[in-house]
Design a binder for this molecule. Structure first.
Ligand SMILES: Cc1ncc(COP(=O)(O)O)c(C=O)c1O
Length: 417
Protein backbone atom coordinates (compact mmCIF):
# COMPACT_ATOMS: atom_id res chain seq x y z
CA UNK A 1 0.00 0.00 0.00
CA UNK A 2 2.91 2.28 0.81
CA UNK A 3 4.10 1.72 -2.77
CA UNK A 4 0.76 2.85 -4.23
CA UNK A 5 0.77 5.87 -1.95
CA UNK A 6 4.28 6.75 -3.12
CA UNK A 7 3.32 6.25 -6.77
CA UNK A 8 0.33 8.63 -6.32
CA UNK A 9 2.62 11.16 -4.65
CA UNK A 10 5.29 10.97 -7.38
CA UNK A 11 2.77 11.31 -10.19
CA UNK A 12 1.31 14.41 -8.52
CA UNK A 13 4.78 15.86 -7.97
CA UNK A 14 5.54 15.30 -11.64
CA UNK A 15 2.38 17.13 -12.72
CA UNK A 16 3.22 20.02 -10.41
CA UNK A 17 6.77 20.28 -11.75
CA UNK A 18 5.45 20.35 -15.33
CA UNK A 19 2.92 23.07 -14.50
CA UNK A 20 5.57 25.18 -12.75
CA UNK A 21 7.91 24.77 -15.72
CA UNK A 22 5.16 25.96 -18.05
CA UNK A 23 4.40 28.90 -15.76
CA UNK A 24 8.02 29.92 -15.70
CA UNK A 25 7.98 30.21 -19.50
CA UNK A 26 4.69 32.11 -19.63
CA UNK A 27 4.70 34.09 -16.40
CA UNK A 28 4.94 37.53 -17.94
CA UNK A 29 2.19 37.04 -20.50
CA UNK A 30 -0.49 35.68 -18.15
CA UNK A 31 -3.23 37.98 -16.83
CA UNK A 32 -3.52 38.07 -13.04
CA UNK A 33 -5.10 37.34 -10.64
CA UNK A 34 -5.60 34.05 -12.44
CA UNK A 35 -6.96 30.60 -11.71
CA UNK A 36 -5.16 28.20 -14.00
CA UNK A 37 -6.62 24.68 -14.22
CA UNK A 38 -4.54 21.76 -15.41
CA UNK A 39 -6.38 19.36 -17.70
CA UNK A 40 -3.87 16.59 -16.91
CA UNK A 41 -4.53 16.92 -13.17
CA UNK A 42 -8.31 16.98 -13.71
CA UNK A 43 -8.07 13.70 -15.61
CA UNK A 44 -5.85 12.17 -12.97
CA UNK A 45 -8.19 13.29 -10.16
CA UNK A 46 -11.22 11.76 -11.89
CA UNK A 47 -9.36 8.47 -12.39
CA UNK A 48 -8.15 8.26 -8.81
CA UNK A 49 -11.55 9.19 -7.37
CA UNK A 50 -13.31 6.62 -9.55
CA UNK A 51 -10.86 3.99 -8.32
CA UNK A 52 -12.37 4.32 -4.82
CA UNK A 53 -15.62 2.79 -6.08
CA UNK A 54 -16.76 -0.31 -7.97
CA UNK A 55 -16.22 -0.02 -11.75
CA UNK A 56 -19.89 0.55 -12.53
CA UNK A 57 -20.35 3.43 -10.03
CA UNK A 58 -21.85 6.61 -11.48
CA UNK A 59 -20.20 9.93 -10.66
CA UNK A 60 -21.52 13.47 -10.22
CA UNK A 61 -19.40 16.58 -9.87
CA UNK A 62 -20.67 18.89 -7.08
CA UNK A 63 -20.75 22.29 -8.79
CA UNK A 64 -20.63 24.12 -5.48
CA UNK A 65 -16.89 23.40 -5.42
CA UNK A 66 -16.45 25.40 -8.62
CA UNK A 67 -19.33 26.08 -11.02
CA UNK A 68 -17.16 27.21 -13.96
CA UNK A 69 -19.06 25.71 -16.95
CA UNK A 70 -15.84 24.97 -18.85
CA UNK A 71 -14.78 22.69 -15.96
CA UNK A 72 -18.23 21.08 -15.80
CA UNK A 73 -17.81 20.31 -19.49
CA UNK A 74 -14.36 18.80 -18.83
CA UNK A 75 -15.97 16.47 -16.30
CA UNK A 76 -18.80 15.65 -18.70
CA UNK A 77 -16.19 14.52 -21.23
CA UNK A 78 -14.91 12.13 -18.55
CA UNK A 79 -18.42 10.68 -18.06
CA UNK A 80 -19.12 12.60 -14.84
CA UNK A 81 -22.55 14.25 -14.39
CA UNK A 82 -23.38 17.35 -12.36
CA UNK A 83 -24.72 17.67 -8.82
CA UNK A 84 -26.48 21.00 -8.41
CA UNK A 85 -27.93 23.08 -5.62
CA UNK A 86 -30.35 25.30 -7.53
CA UNK A 87 -31.49 26.90 -10.75
CA UNK A 88 -28.23 28.72 -11.55
CA UNK A 89 -26.09 25.58 -11.24
CA UNK A 90 -28.68 23.78 -13.37
CA UNK A 91 -28.12 26.45 -16.05
CA UNK A 92 -24.33 26.02 -15.74
CA UNK A 93 -24.72 22.28 -16.38
CA UNK A 94 -26.97 22.87 -19.36
CA UNK A 95 -24.52 25.49 -20.71
CA UNK A 96 -21.79 22.86 -20.36
CA UNK A 97 -23.84 20.49 -22.52
CA UNK A 98 -25.06 18.10 -19.80
CA UNK A 99 -28.37 16.37 -20.45
CA UNK A 100 -30.99 16.55 -17.67
CA UNK A 101 -30.68 12.80 -17.01
CA UNK A 102 -27.05 13.37 -16.03
CA UNK A 103 -27.86 16.09 -13.50
CA UNK A 104 -28.58 15.25 -9.87
CA UNK A 105 -30.70 17.90 -8.19
CA UNK A 106 -29.56 18.48 -4.62
CA UNK A 107 -29.69 21.77 -2.72
CA UNK A 108 -30.73 22.67 0.79
CA UNK A 109 -34.18 24.17 0.02
CA UNK A 110 -35.88 23.66 -3.33
CA UNK A 111 -38.68 26.07 -4.21
CA UNK A 112 -41.98 25.02 -5.75
CA UNK A 113 -41.04 26.56 -9.11
CA UNK A 114 -37.63 24.86 -9.14
CA UNK A 115 -39.27 21.50 -8.38
CA UNK A 116 -41.80 22.09 -11.18
CA UNK A 117 -39.01 22.84 -13.65
CA UNK A 118 -37.13 19.70 -12.56
CA UNK A 119 -40.16 17.43 -12.91
CA UNK A 120 -40.63 18.68 -16.47
CA UNK A 121 -36.94 18.27 -17.33
CA UNK A 122 -36.31 14.79 -15.87
CA UNK A 123 -33.05 14.90 -13.88
CA UNK A 124 -31.16 11.75 -12.72
CA UNK A 125 -32.96 12.24 -9.39
CA UNK A 126 -34.15 14.92 -7.00
CA UNK A 127 -32.67 14.70 -3.51
CA UNK A 128 -35.35 15.33 -0.88
CA UNK A 129 -34.01 17.29 2.08
CA UNK A 130 -37.04 17.85 4.30
CA UNK A 131 -40.66 16.90 4.93
CA UNK A 132 -41.76 20.33 3.67
CA UNK A 133 -39.87 19.79 0.42
CA UNK A 134 -41.58 16.41 0.03
CA UNK A 135 -44.96 18.14 0.47
CA UNK A 136 -44.01 20.67 -2.24
CA UNK A 137 -42.94 17.89 -4.60
CA UNK A 138 -46.25 16.07 -4.14
CA UNK A 139 -48.05 19.23 -5.28
CA UNK A 140 -46.29 19.22 -8.66
CA UNK A 141 -48.86 18.09 -11.23
CA UNK A 142 -46.88 17.96 -14.49
CA UNK A 143 -44.16 15.30 -14.76
CA UNK A 144 -42.54 14.54 -18.11
CA UNK A 145 -41.96 11.00 -16.81
CA UNK A 146 -41.90 9.30 -13.41
CA UNK A 147 -39.76 11.59 -11.26
CA UNK A 148 -37.02 9.76 -9.37
CA UNK A 149 -36.11 10.77 -5.86
CA UNK A 150 -33.37 10.07 -3.34
CA UNK A 151 -33.90 10.74 0.36
CA UNK A 152 -31.02 12.49 2.12
CA UNK A 153 -30.40 10.86 5.48
CA UNK A 154 -29.00 12.69 8.46
CA UNK A 155 -28.23 9.87 10.90
CA UNK A 156 -27.88 12.25 13.87
CA UNK A 157 -24.23 11.38 14.49
CA UNK A 158 -21.19 13.39 13.43
CA UNK A 159 -17.75 12.24 12.35
CA UNK A 160 -15.51 15.26 12.81
CA UNK A 161 -13.97 17.46 10.09
CA UNK A 162 -16.36 19.99 8.53
CA UNK A 163 -19.43 18.18 9.88
CA UNK A 164 -22.66 18.22 7.87
CA UNK A 165 -24.45 15.31 9.56
CA UNK A 166 -25.51 15.08 13.26
CA UNK A 167 -26.37 18.49 14.71
CA UNK A 168 -26.59 20.09 11.26
CA UNK A 169 -29.70 21.35 9.44
CA UNK A 170 -29.29 18.97 6.49
CA UNK A 171 -31.38 15.96 5.47
CA UNK A 172 -34.07 13.82 7.07
CA UNK A 173 -34.02 11.58 10.11
CA UNK A 174 -34.29 7.87 9.32
CA UNK A 175 -37.90 7.86 10.61
CA UNK A 176 -38.90 10.85 8.49
CA UNK A 177 -37.27 9.25 5.43
CA UNK A 178 -38.94 5.88 6.06
CA UNK A 179 -42.37 7.51 6.25
CA UNK A 180 -41.72 9.38 2.96
CA UNK A 181 -40.42 6.20 1.28
CA UNK A 182 -43.56 4.30 2.29
CA UNK A 183 -45.83 7.09 1.09
CA UNK A 184 -43.92 7.30 -2.19
CA UNK A 185 -44.67 3.65 -2.98
CA UNK A 186 -48.34 4.63 -3.44
CA UNK A 187 -47.59 7.64 -5.71
CA UNK A 188 -47.50 6.68 -9.41
CA UNK A 189 -45.78 9.95 -10.45
CA UNK A 190 -42.80 9.44 -8.17
CA UNK A 191 -40.23 6.69 -7.82
CA UNK A 192 -38.11 6.35 -4.68
CA UNK A 193 -34.75 5.27 -6.10
CA UNK A 194 -32.86 5.16 -2.85
CA UNK A 195 -30.83 7.09 -0.30
CA UNK A 196 -28.39 9.96 -0.29
CA UNK A 197 -25.64 10.52 2.27
CA UNK A 198 -23.28 13.41 2.75
CA UNK A 199 -21.70 13.60 6.18
CA UNK A 200 -19.16 16.36 5.87
CA UNK A 201 -16.34 17.88 3.89
CA UNK A 202 -12.57 18.37 3.94
CA UNK A 203 -11.82 14.98 5.51
CA UNK A 204 -8.10 14.30 5.59
CA UNK A 205 -8.37 11.12 7.70
CA UNK A 206 -9.55 7.72 6.48
CA UNK A 207 -11.35 6.63 9.69
CA UNK A 208 -14.28 9.09 9.69
CA UNK A 209 -14.99 8.27 6.03
CA UNK A 210 -15.09 4.54 6.77
CA UNK A 211 -17.23 5.08 9.90
CA UNK A 212 -19.70 7.01 7.74
CA UNK A 213 -19.84 4.13 5.23
CA UNK A 214 -20.64 1.76 8.10
CA UNK A 215 -23.56 3.98 9.11
CA UNK A 216 -24.73 3.93 5.49
CA UNK A 217 -24.68 0.12 5.52
CA UNK A 218 -26.74 -0.02 8.72
CA UNK A 219 -29.24 2.44 7.25
CA UNK A 220 -29.68 0.39 4.06
CA UNK A 221 -30.45 -2.64 6.24
CA UNK A 222 -32.97 -0.68 8.31
CA UNK A 223 -34.83 0.38 5.15
CA UNK A 224 -34.78 -3.11 3.70
CA UNK A 225 -36.08 -4.56 6.97
CA UNK A 226 -39.00 -2.09 6.72
CA UNK A 227 -39.83 -3.37 3.23
CA UNK A 228 -38.31 -0.43 1.28
CA UNK A 229 -36.22 -1.44 -1.74
CA UNK A 230 -33.00 0.52 -2.24
CA UNK A 231 -31.78 0.57 -5.84
CA UNK A 232 -29.36 3.49 -5.57
CA UNK A 233 -27.16 4.87 -2.82
CA UNK A 234 -25.53 8.22 -3.48
CA UNK A 235 -22.44 8.83 -1.37
CA UNK A 236 -20.60 12.06 -0.80
CA UNK A 237 -17.44 11.03 1.02
CA UNK A 238 -16.18 14.59 1.54
CA UNK A 239 -12.53 13.69 0.77
CA UNK A 240 -10.32 16.64 1.69
CA UNK A 241 -7.43 18.49 0.11
CA UNK A 242 -4.20 19.68 1.79
CA UNK A 243 -4.75 23.43 1.35
CA UNK A 244 -2.50 24.55 4.16
CA UNK A 245 1.22 24.10 4.41
CA UNK A 246 0.73 22.03 7.58
CA UNK A 247 -2.03 19.75 6.16
CA UNK A 248 -1.21 16.12 5.47
CA UNK A 249 -2.90 14.70 2.36
CA UNK A 250 -5.57 12.03 2.74
CA UNK A 251 -4.06 8.55 2.35
CA UNK A 252 -6.02 7.60 -0.77
CA UNK A 253 -4.34 4.19 -1.12
CA UNK A 254 -5.52 3.19 2.39
CA UNK A 255 -8.97 4.62 1.73
CA UNK A 256 -9.24 2.73 -1.56
CA UNK A 257 -8.30 -0.55 0.11
CA UNK A 258 -10.73 -0.14 3.00
CA UNK A 259 -13.60 0.99 0.77
CA UNK A 260 -13.14 -1.96 -1.58
CA UNK A 261 -13.31 -4.30 1.42
CA UNK A 262 -16.68 -2.68 2.23
CA UNK A 263 -18.02 -3.09 -1.30
CA UNK A 264 -17.70 -6.87 -0.74
CA UNK A 265 -20.32 -6.64 2.02
CA UNK A 266 -23.52 -8.32 0.69
CA UNK A 267 -25.45 -5.23 1.75
CA UNK A 268 -24.16 -3.58 -1.47
CA UNK A 269 -25.38 -6.44 -3.73
CA UNK A 270 -28.08 -5.03 -6.04
CA UNK A 271 -27.26 -1.43 -5.06
CA UNK A 272 -26.07 0.99 -7.73
CA UNK A 273 -23.48 3.25 -6.15
CA UNK A 274 -23.47 6.89 -7.19
CA UNK A 275 -20.85 9.25 -5.88
CA UNK A 276 -20.85 13.02 -5.64
CA UNK A 277 -17.67 14.94 -5.02
CA UNK A 278 -16.46 18.48 -5.38
CA UNK A 279 -13.05 19.34 -4.08
CA UNK A 280 -11.55 15.86 -4.57
CA UNK A 281 -12.21 16.23 -8.31
CA UNK A 282 -11.28 19.84 -8.93
CA UNK A 283 -9.08 21.28 -6.15
CA UNK A 284 -5.70 19.91 -7.18
CA UNK A 285 -6.10 21.01 -10.79
CA UNK A 286 -6.31 24.68 -9.78
CA UNK A 287 -3.35 27.03 -9.33
CA UNK A 288 -3.99 30.54 -8.09
CA UNK A 289 -1.59 33.16 -9.46
CA UNK A 290 -1.28 36.70 -8.12
CA UNK A 291 1.24 39.36 -9.04
CA UNK A 292 3.26 41.50 -6.68
CA UNK A 293 2.12 45.14 -7.02
CA UNK A 294 3.97 46.76 -4.15
CA UNK A 295 6.30 46.18 -1.22
CA UNK A 296 6.59 48.06 2.02
CA UNK A 297 8.71 48.05 5.19
CA UNK A 298 6.73 49.03 8.25
CA UNK A 299 7.75 48.77 11.90
CA UNK A 300 10.26 46.05 11.13
CA UNK A 301 7.93 43.96 8.96
CA UNK A 302 7.99 43.44 5.19
CA UNK A 303 4.62 43.51 3.45
CA UNK A 304 4.25 42.25 -0.11
CA UNK A 305 1.05 43.47 -1.78
CA UNK A 306 -0.64 41.26 -4.36
CA UNK A 307 -3.15 42.15 -7.07
CA UNK A 308 -5.69 39.76 -5.53
CA UNK A 309 -6.17 38.57 -1.97
CA UNK A 310 -9.28 37.73 -0.01
CA UNK A 311 -11.56 39.34 -2.62
CA UNK A 312 -10.64 36.61 -5.12
CA UNK A 313 -9.06 33.83 -3.08
CA UNK A 314 -10.24 32.12 0.06
CA UNK A 315 -8.26 28.96 0.81
CA UNK A 316 -11.59 27.20 0.91
CA UNK A 317 -11.45 25.74 4.36
CA UNK A 318 -14.35 27.83 5.62
CA UNK A 319 -14.54 31.39 6.87
CA UNK A 320 -13.06 31.68 10.31
CA UNK A 321 -10.78 28.75 9.61
CA UNK A 322 -8.46 30.34 7.10
CA UNK A 323 -7.40 33.63 8.55
CA UNK A 324 -3.68 33.83 9.01
CA UNK A 325 -3.04 30.20 8.19
CA UNK A 326 -0.57 29.74 5.39
CA UNK A 327 -1.21 27.74 2.24
CA UNK A 328 1.72 26.22 0.34
CA UNK A 329 3.41 28.84 -1.89
CA UNK A 330 5.60 28.88 -4.97
CA UNK A 331 7.37 32.06 -6.04
CA UNK A 332 8.53 33.15 -9.50
CA UNK A 333 10.84 36.11 -9.58
CA UNK A 334 12.13 38.10 -12.55
CA UNK A 335 15.45 38.85 -10.90
CA UNK A 336 17.42 36.35 -8.86
CA UNK A 337 18.72 38.27 -5.85
CA UNK A 338 19.92 35.11 -4.12
CA UNK A 339 18.49 36.06 -0.73
CA UNK A 340 15.45 35.06 1.27
CA UNK A 341 13.44 37.18 3.66
CA UNK A 342 10.47 36.82 5.98
CA UNK A 343 7.40 38.51 4.58
CA UNK A 344 3.67 38.99 5.05
CA UNK A 345 1.69 38.50 1.84
CA UNK A 346 -1.36 40.72 1.69
CA UNK A 347 -4.02 41.68 -0.86
CA UNK A 348 -5.39 45.09 -1.76
CA UNK A 349 -8.44 45.36 0.52
CA UNK A 350 -9.01 47.76 3.40
CA UNK A 351 -9.00 45.04 6.04
CA UNK A 352 -6.18 43.37 7.97
CA UNK A 353 -8.05 40.11 7.31
CA UNK A 354 -6.76 40.35 3.73
CA UNK A 355 -3.64 38.39 4.61
CA UNK A 356 -2.66 35.61 2.24
CA UNK A 357 0.42 34.47 4.20
CA UNK A 358 2.05 35.42 7.49
CA UNK A 359 5.78 35.17 8.29
CA UNK A 360 6.50 33.37 5.04
CA UNK A 361 10.07 32.65 4.02
CA UNK A 362 10.40 33.73 0.39
CA UNK A 363 12.96 34.98 -2.12
CA UNK A 364 13.12 38.79 -2.29
CA UNK A 365 9.98 39.69 -4.24
CA UNK A 366 9.68 42.74 -6.47
CA UNK A 367 6.86 44.25 -8.53
CA UNK A 368 5.56 41.88 -11.24
CA UNK A 369 6.90 38.74 -9.58
CA UNK A 370 4.40 35.92 -9.22
CA UNK A 371 3.04 34.20 -6.14
CA UNK A 372 1.42 30.83 -6.83
CA UNK A 373 -0.86 28.81 -4.57
CA UNK A 374 -1.50 25.19 -5.55
CA UNK A 375 -4.64 23.14 -4.70
CA UNK A 376 -6.77 26.18 -5.40
CA UNK A 377 -9.42 24.76 -7.74
CA UNK A 378 -12.26 24.30 -5.24
CA UNK A 379 -14.25 26.78 -3.15
CA UNK A 380 -11.35 29.30 -3.19
CA UNK A 381 -13.04 31.32 -5.95
CA UNK A 382 -16.67 31.13 -4.89
CA UNK A 383 -16.19 31.81 -1.19
CA UNK A 384 -13.97 34.86 -1.69
CA UNK A 385 -15.26 38.37 -0.82
CA UNK A 386 -16.02 39.49 -4.37
CA UNK A 387 -17.72 42.75 -3.55
CA UNK A 388 -15.25 44.21 -1.06
CA UNK A 389 -13.65 47.50 -2.25
CA UNK A 390 -14.86 46.76 -5.81
CA UNK A 391 -11.42 45.51 -6.76
CA UNK A 392 -10.95 43.77 -10.12
CA UNK A 393 -11.93 40.10 -9.99
CA UNK A 394 -10.08 37.11 -11.41
CA UNK A 395 -9.25 35.49 -14.76
CA UNK A 396 -9.60 31.77 -15.41
CA UNK A 397 -8.26 29.38 -18.02
CA UNK A 398 -7.26 25.84 -18.85
CA UNK A 399 -3.76 24.55 -19.39
CA UNK A 400 -4.48 21.67 -21.78
CA UNK A 401 -2.47 18.45 -21.87
CA UNK A 402 -0.78 19.68 -25.09
CA UNK A 403 0.51 22.84 -23.32
CA UNK A 404 -2.03 25.25 -24.81
CA UNK A 405 -3.69 27.86 -22.60
CA UNK A 406 -7.39 28.65 -23.22
CA UNK A 407 -8.99 31.50 -21.27
CA UNK A 408 -12.50 30.88 -19.89
CA UNK A 409 -15.34 33.35 -19.52
CA UNK A 410 -14.99 34.19 -15.83
CA UNK A 411 -17.52 32.37 -13.67
CA UNK A 412 -18.66 35.55 -11.87
CA UNK A 413 -20.11 36.76 -15.18
CA UNK A 414 -22.73 34.00 -14.85
CA UNK A 415 -23.58 35.13 -11.33
CA UNK A 416 -23.78 38.80 -12.29
CA UNK A 417 -26.06 38.13 -15.30
C1 LIG B 1 -24.69 17.58 -0.34
C2 LIG B 1 -23.29 17.86 -0.75
N1 LIG B 1 -22.74 17.12 -1.73
C3 LIG B 1 -21.48 17.32 -2.16
C4 LIG B 1 -20.70 18.30 -1.59
C5 LIG B 1 -19.31 18.49 -2.10
O1 LIG B 1 -18.41 18.23 -1.08
P1 LIG B 1 -16.85 18.08 -1.33
O2 LIG B 1 -16.43 19.26 -2.07
O3 LIG B 1 -16.31 17.99 0.05
O4 LIG B 1 -16.66 16.81 -2.11
C6 LIG B 1 -21.21 19.09 -0.54
C7 LIG B 1 -20.40 20.14 0.11
O5 LIG B 1 -20.81 20.89 0.94
C8 LIG B 1 -22.55 18.87 -0.12
O6 LIG B 1 -23.10 19.61 0.84
Amino acid sequence: MLETQLADYHSRQKHEEEILRWLKNHKNSLPTPLYLYSEAVLHEAVASYRALFPDNARGFYALKANPQPALVSQFAQQGIGGEITGQAEWEHCRAAGLKPENILAGGVVKSQSFLEMLCQAGPAAIVIESEAEWERLKQVKAHAQQTRILLRINPGVSFGGLNMAGGSQFGLSRDQALAIAQECQANPRLEMLGLHFYFGSQRLEVDPIIQAVEVVEETIQTFRAAGVAIQVVDLGLGCGVPYLARDKALDEAALREQLHAHWQNPVWDDVDIWFEAGRALVARSGYYLARVIDRKQLHGETFIFLDGGLNVHNPGVGLGGFLRRNPRFHFMTNQVLGREETINLVGNLCTTADTVGTNVTAPVLCEDDLVIIPNAGAYCQTTAMWGFNSQPLFHEGLLACDGRFTPFSPQFEYVLK
